[in-house]
Design a protein. Structure first.
Length: 227
């Protein structure tokens, strides 16, 4: 897999266009399996299952996208990974999503944060702590996942909050989950120290390379990516 780091803050439509072009090249085997790592300019994106009631109430623009999941936020301080890879047949979309989750859970464990899955909800979570006084903490999502598989090749991916400004989530119903039911968090908030995208990126690259390898249609002689 070719791991590519895009510098700066990438405008969402530019990143989406890059995904589509890369997807076509991987599908036609003109390009090998590729994973992009980046930070976006602040933006809200909504999957097909998003309800209008979950949108920002102030009219902020929301980009409708062709991935799974509901509405979420992307922006500085959040590392986004877009694997554009050809899955081995027969491929299982649920297995692919679980593999992305496990890669992120590996990263969190390396950093000293215990995480989990929540039944019926995608992503990576920190457990509730009802004994935490004076304000018991709900289950908290640290990483959102929204993927698409078209013609056996993946698009979109995961968004892991490192040191992002979490107030951006206050204006929406993130992932369609009401605030009284669950919350959103970051590695920085949970670990009590600043955890940057630059610190997390190499850990996430290694975890994805390890966890995705068994799912790839071609692992030995992938078409090399152009320089």
């Amino acid at each position: 897999m070719d791991m590519r780091h895009l510098t700066g803050h990438v405008e969402y439509h530019a990143g989406w266009d890059l995904q589509r072009r890369t997807h076509e090249s991987v599908r036609t085997e003109n390009l090998g399996d590729t994973v992009f790592f980046l930070e976006h300019v602040s933006v809200y994106t909504a999957g097909a299952r998003t309800n209008r009631a979950e949108y920002p109430t102030d009219g902020t623009e929301v980009v409708k996208v062709d991935r799974g999941g509901k509405i979420t936020w992307h922006g500085p301080g959040q590392i986004v990974a877009y694997p554009i890879i050809r899955l081995a047949k027969p491929f299982d979309v649920v297995e692919y999503v679980r593999t992305l989750e496990q890669a992120v859970m590996d990263v969190c464990a390396t950093l000293g944060l215990e995480t989990m899955r929540v039944e019926g909800r995608s992503g990576v979570w920190v457990a509730a702590d009802p004994a935490d006084a004076p304000d018991p903490r709900l289950e908290r999502k640290v990483c959102a996942i929204g993927a698409r598989v078209a013609k056996g090749v993946t698009m979109h991916g995961l968004a892991l909050n490192c040191d992002a400004d979490l107030t951006a989530f206050d204006r929406i119903v993130p992932c369609g989950i009401p605030a009284e039911d669950a919350d959103v968090t970051s590695l920085t908030a949970e670990l009590g120290r600043r955890v940057t995208v630059d610190e997390v990126r190499p850990l996430l690259e290694a975890a994805l390379a390890d966890r995705l390898a068994p799912l790839l249609a071609r692992t030995a002689e992938a078409v090399p990516a152009p320089a």
